[in-house]
Design a protein around this ligand. Structure first.
Ligand code: CMC
Length: 421
């Protein structure tokens, strides 16, 4: 099968068909408008492939997620560091021990931010959400490091985003900034910069380092999701890496995307404070006249289960046990999940817990404040955004992203002078 036939107004047109590694089929409509004068329309792009990509494969029906061909379950269970996974996503191959050592050295070297940038943190109002700070600060990096030297800037944005994130948190609680430490891993540095204090010795607990490594790896890429498509769209105009990643951070912040992890915990706390009647909230979620949605449920692509949620569900129990915590929110979450999985509304619509359903509970157990959850997601996703930015730039098929529309406004009409309205 290598062509599709389209009949429009009685005329037949042939369109080429593209087949991917896993036999995914795409009808190539590049010549559709020149052949027929018509365009396709697909609100939300649920049926639109914006590019060919060799980074991440998802099979939503079978709950499969692979980075560069490697199954997420194997990556999660391996000893891979987050930076190793980032390298794999960005450069397409696993680093040799030599490449790994050099990459880690460069990562440490570039993790400091320009000293003057520390002043920026003083000027955000105290209630500013850390996602707003992260986006603004990453965009501002272009003032310090010229756009255009992409390979070096890739390292810079990866390395500095964690420092910016930790500083945003320290500023919000009025504590002094903690510099990155060269002897610590990327993950341990995040925790050390967030939780250590000059007046006390602090050693990053292994359980926290392991949990955060897993969380960030599970979030590292997810093909053409909303924020990654934003990165590709902004980058397609020729905008530099920092502006592009900054735009990705803004897209991720939305409650239907990465912001859902914060929303899940706030929803569970709300149910708890409202007497714990989770069944009433299931009914609210099903009521078409009520805007309430069960946060952490549903996914555009996964229609069976989200493999990341499956891994995290097991980890949530472990982390809570290791942290010696018994969080009643986990019971509410389990009950909601149990009811939803057996309820016709959720079954018919193929709504299952997604990655954000369990990640929030783990972040909470780790002592990470709720408004930093989506920041953690962003830190995890930066390698994916960078990989797609690089792939987009190198792809000879890339053109400025400029969708069309079907205009449904008023037909031409004469202008009405103000005094005649
Ligand atoms: N609670 C109740 N009903 C839902 C939910 C939900 N969480 N999600 C979807 N539905 C219903 C929706 O009302 C619709 O029903 P009907 O067909 O009767 O009109 C049907 O299911 C299909 O929903 P949709 O909104 O057309 O699906 P979508 O693919 O456009 O949206 C989604 C996907 C993830 C935005 C949506 O499921 C949702 O809003 N979930 C809650 C937010 C959330 O957890 N987001 C995190 C996504 S995973 C991580 C990430 O992407 O960052």
């Amino acid at each position: 099968m290598n062509t599709a036939r389209l009949i429009l107004n009685g005329d037949e047109h042939e369109l080429p068909v593209v087949v991917g590694t896993e036999n995914e089929v795409g009808i190539d409509v590049t010549s559709l408008r020149s052949q027929t004068g018509a365009i396709t329309i697909d609100p939300g792009f649920a049926n639109t492939g914006s590019c060919k990509s060799a980074i991440t494969f998802i099979d939503g029906e079978n709950g499969i997620l692979r980075y560069r061909g490697y199954p997420i379950e194997q990556i999660a269970a391996s000893r891979a560091t987050f930076i190793e996974v980032a390298y794999l996503l960005i450069y397409g191959a696993l680093p040799t021990p030599g490449e790994m050592a050099e990459y880690s050295r460069l990562m440490t070297r570039h993790s400091f931010i320009h000293e003057d940038m520390k002043n920026f943190f003083n000027n955000f109002p105290p209630m500013t959400h850390p996602m707003a700070i992260l986006s603004a600060m990453v965009g501002s990096l272009s003032g310090y490091y010229p756009e255009g030297t992409d390979e070096l800037n890739i390292l810079r944005v990866l390395a500095k985003a964690k420092t910016i994130s930790a500083y945003a948190y320290k500023k919000s609680i009025g504590e002094p900034f903690v510099y990155p430490k060269p002897e610590l891993s990327y993950i341990a540095n995040i925790l050390n910069m967030m939780f250590s204090h000059p007046s006390e010795d602090y050693e990053v607990p292994e359980v926290l380092e392991r949990a955060l490594r897993l969380l960030l790896i599970l979030h590292a890429d997810h093909e053409q999701n909303c924020s990654t498509s934003t990165v590709r769209m902004v980058g397609s105009s020729g905008a530099g890496l920092f502006s592009t990643i900054s735009a990705g951070i803004c897209a991720l912040w939305g409650p239907l995307h990465g912001g859902a992890n914060q929303e899940v915990i706030e929803m569970l706390e709300h149910i708890r404070d409202d007497g714990g009647d989770y069944k009433a909230y299931i009914e609210k979620a099903k009521d078409k006249n009520d805007p309430f949605r069960l946060m952490g449920f549903g996914h555009r692509v996964y229609k069976n289960f989200d493999p990341r949620a499956k891994i995290l569900k097991e980890q949530a129990d472990n982390v809570l046990k290791l942290m010696g915590m018994d969080d009643p929110l986990l019971d509410i979450a389990r009950n909601l999940e149990d009811i939803a999985l057996h309820d016709d509304y959720f079954i018919e619509r193929k709504l299952y817990p997604n990655v954000d359903f369990y990640s929030g509970i783990i972040y909470k157990a780790m002592g990470i404040p709720t408004n930093m959850f989506t920041v953690m997601f962003a830190l995890g996703r930066i390698p994916g955004w960078i990989a797609h930015y690089r792939e987009m730039k190198a792809d000879p098929d890339t053109r400025i992203n400029r969708p069309r529309q079907v205009y449904v406004g008023p037909a031409e009409r004469p202008w009405v002078r103000r005094e005649e309205r």
